[in-house]
Design a protein around this ligand. Structure first.
Ligand code: DGY
Length: 323
């Protein structure tokens, strides 16, 4: 049997592309532009494996294609809400993801956003670049401290736990968590965290809220106007999870009307076409989905996909099989 035929939907770090080509018959998407639905339907007929990433929307419709050859989708990324998992599963297609290797970097970008939002770094940077800085004064761009404050975390998986470590051990923050299942008390004890059952009981008692739950329909609009109203008006919302977890109109209203103090966002509904009203919110820090964007992590994500493929094609169950 020849080498399995693999399609990589976007450019990957060079080292990983080279490694992948040593074992497989690989087609790279040299244009590095997103594939559309038709491209995916064609690809499913042609390749043994497709390696999509977080921006590749793979709805039920594409799995209705006839003569599907693909047996595994090796997703480059931890989140996989962009793939209709049950449709893939019903055809016996294995789906894998890349957990663990991006937890540090996603936690780092969360702390970046917390600090930037709390210390008004976006406003300050824009002022300097616009040549509008008039010099130091006691009342200039005064923000708020992280140290000693309370951080609420929704979703206490690997990334949430890394955020808690940084916030608790680095900034002495008190940690409250909300998670759909109960967390092992030993895990909570690493950061002296307290689990709260209901989101609505968490929100009034925190200074920062950071989202680390999965995206997809189950968590769409988890944070909307009612939830934002429950938060303190000094509080700051951070989203490095998925855009759909927050209702855009509700958040934009809350930012413009000072229902909450500020927000730090790395992910958006319909990205990269984010709701343009965010651009008018001076109190929003807006990053372009940089959570995992370091050399080390992007390479580790690619090597993790290769590991999953190697396991699959040698007849084992890949360690990161999600369906
Ligand atoms: C993921 O892997 O799901 C991240 O959003 C990419 O940074």
């Amino acid at each position: 049997m020849g080498k399995p035929k693999i399609l990589v939907t976007r450019r990957w770090p060079k080292k990983v592309e080279i490694k992948l080509s040593e074992t497989y018959d690989v087609t790279f998407n040299d244009t590095d532009t997103a594939l559309n639905i038709n491209d995916f339907c064609e690809a499913l007929k042609k390749y043994d494996a497709i390696l999509p990433t977080v921006t590749d929307i793979m709805p039920k419709k594409i799995f209705e294609t006839t003569d599907i050859r693909t047996r595994i989708l090796g997703n480059y990324g931890v989140g996989y809400a962009h793939i209709d998992i049950s449709a893939a599963q019903s055809l016996g297609i294995t789906v894998t993801n890349t957990p663990d290797v991006l937890s540090d970097c996603t936690a780092d970008i969360t702390l970046t956003l917390m600090l930037m939002a709390a210390r008004r770094a976006g406003e300050g940077e824009r002022e300097v670049r616009a040549n509008k800085w008039e010099g130091w004064r006691p009342t200039h761009l005064v923000g708020t401290k992280l140290t000693g404050k309370t951080l609420g975390i929704i979703g206490f998986g690997r990334i949430g736990q890394e955020v808690a470590k940084r916030a608790h051990h680095g900034f002495g923050m008190k940690i409250l968590v909300q998670n759909r299942s109960s967390i092992d008390p030993r895990i909570l004890s690493h950061t002296n965290a307290v689990q709260i059952d209901k989101i609505n009981d968490l929100l009034p008692n925190i200074d920062f809220l950071s989202l680390h739950c999965p995206g997809g329909e189950e968590n769409r609009d988890l944070i909307g106007s009612e939830e934002l109203k429950l938060m303190k008006k000094e509080s700051i919302l951070i989203n490095t999870a998925r855009g759909e977890v927050v209702n855009d109109n509700a958040l934009i209203y809350a930012l413009k009307n000072k229902i909450i103090n500020a927000a730090g966002l790395d992910v958006y509904n319909g990205e990269p076409n984010l709701n343009k009203d965010y651009l008018d919110c001076n109190n929003a820090i807006l990053l372009p989905h940089l959570g995992s964007a370091t050399n080390e992590t992007r390479e580790a994500m690619g090597f993790r996909v290769i590991k999953n493929l190697n396991e699959f094609f040698s007849g084992k169950v890949p360690v990161d099989k999600v369906s």
